[in-house]
Design a protein around this ligand. Structure first.
Ligand code: NAD
Ligand code: DAU
Length: 353
């Protein structure tokens, strides 16, 4: 069958990528979706078992740092568009090992841009969609929001690597006319998130009666968005975004970390029928993250007014769905936290006590 588009989705076995792959495979049977992922600790094909046998889905195990084999993939599948999510995504890991973030997030992105340049030339009707983060804008005080014109001011090795990759995407648009679009999203939560990130880490620790580590005083603020709403925004921007443009994506949903973890504790207590307060007793204040950004808050009005996207879920509903998913998928949690994870977590937690 001839497909209308052959879309390369990188990082499709990860948290957000798996939701994007599922959405595109199921909503667009006339697109061929090629999920390219090298399956790091964060990539897991179990995230996609429900769609793996769909006729418009292919998986390629491949590292974006290997330029020559990327070219082969572009050639073999006649890639028409790219949605690029593959990345090292965890801030704490970037503090321990910045270079692997430079390799994947910067060099890997430039490799993909080079393949697009080589295979697309100046042909019309292609798109390189780079998925990025609100962390490139740095940290906010108590008021104000990040807009698309906020100056970049990345503070962690992770955000510096994502900022660099955004700049490269724009540089390829300006210099080589590669058709790009970029979106910068706030904190995602939902099913399939690796339990090193705050929400699944706390759910996993509650289920194992382990401490819930809150960095510093727990007064840092994040703006949370349900992952399927991010996938819907990506779909909208992919189909209707303006070439060369940037779109901020966020949920207008700010919580301090402490408020969030306390709420999460109560939701879990209720669902597993234990007295409210049981899980809160696991909350433990630990040494702060170095250079911890104080507050992120996204102004998503451009996306809302120009492209008519809005988040569909209230936070209470999203959190409840998320907890339900982790409770129903304890095997998934056990499988992704086996192997090296235990050692990584022990070290991280011991360093912070
Ligand atoms: P994740 O860590 O869950 O998944 C990353 C995926 O990329 C994994 O499947 C991994 O195997 C793959 N990968 C990593 N290095 C690779 C390489 N060298 N070659 C090929 N594949 C590789 O990440 P996530 O949270 O799903 O984030 C996805 C993207 O969205 C990232 O670009 C991230 O910066 C961005 N983002 C994340 C959030 C968030 O809250 N998680 C918010 C905004 C933007
Ligand atoms: O804003 C978007 C970004 O959100 C994405 O670009 C990143 O890929 C994603 O990891 C996320 O970054 P954060 O650093 O905000 O997420 P994390 O879940 O690691 O932490 C959320 C907040 O909770 C942050 O203020 C640090 C704090 N925290 C985190 C952990 C893991 C704790 O207090 N204790 C913890 O154990």
């Amino acid at each position: 069958m001839n497909h209308k588009k052959n879309i390369l989705i990188t990082g499709g076995a990860g948290f957000i990528g798996s939701h994007v792959v599922r959405r595109f495979v199921t909503c667009y049977p006339n697109y061929l979706i090629i999920n390219l992922d090298c399956l790091t600790y964060a990539g897991n094909l179990e995230n996609l078992t429900d769609i793996e046998s769909c006729s418009n889905y292919r998986f390629v195990k491949q590292d974006i740092c290997e330029a020559l084999s990327l070219d082969q993939v572009f050639k073999e599948f006649k890639i028409s568009d790219v949605i690029h999510l593959a990345a090292e995504s965890h801030v704490d890991r970037s503090i321990e090992d910045p270079l692997s973030f430079v390799n994947t997030n910067v060099i890997g992105t430039v490799n993909l841009l080079n393949s697009a340049k080589k295979h697309w030339g100046n042909e019309p009707d292609h798109l390189f969609y780079h998925i990025s983060t609100d962390e490139v804008y740095g940290s906010l005080g108590e008021t104000g929001f990040f807009t698309e014109s906020t100056a970049y001011d990345p503070q962690s090795p992770y955000s510096a690597s994502k900022a660099a990759s955004d700049h490269f995407a724009r540089a390829y648009y300006n210099t080589y006319k590669i058709p790009i679009v970029i979106s910068n999203c706030s904190n995602n939560y939902g099913p399939n998130q690796f339990p090193e990130k705050l929400i699944p880490l706390c759910i996993n620790n509650i289920l194992n009666s382990k401490p819930l580590p809150i960095y510093g005083k727990g007064d840092n603020i994040r703006d949370w968005l349900f992952v399927e709403d991010h996938a819907a925004a990506i779909d909208t921007i992919f189909h209707s975004g303006k070439l060369g443009a940037t779109y901020n994506i966020g949920g207008l949903n700010e919580w301090t970390n402490l408020q969030l973890v306390e709420t999460l504790c109560d939701v879990v207590d209720k669902k597993i029928n234990q007295p409210i307060g049981t899980s809160r007793s696991l909350i433990t204040f630990v040494t702060d993250r170095s250079g911890h950004d104080h507050r992120y808050a996204i102004d998503a009005s451009k996306l809302q007014t120009e492209l008519n996207w809005n988040p569909s879920l209230e936070f209470e509903e999203g959190l409840s769905k998320t907890v339900d998913w982790y409770l129903a998928n304890e095997d998934w949690l056990k499988s992704v936290t086996s192997g090296n994870y235990q050692e990584y977590y022990k070290q991280l937690y011991n360093n912070r006590k």
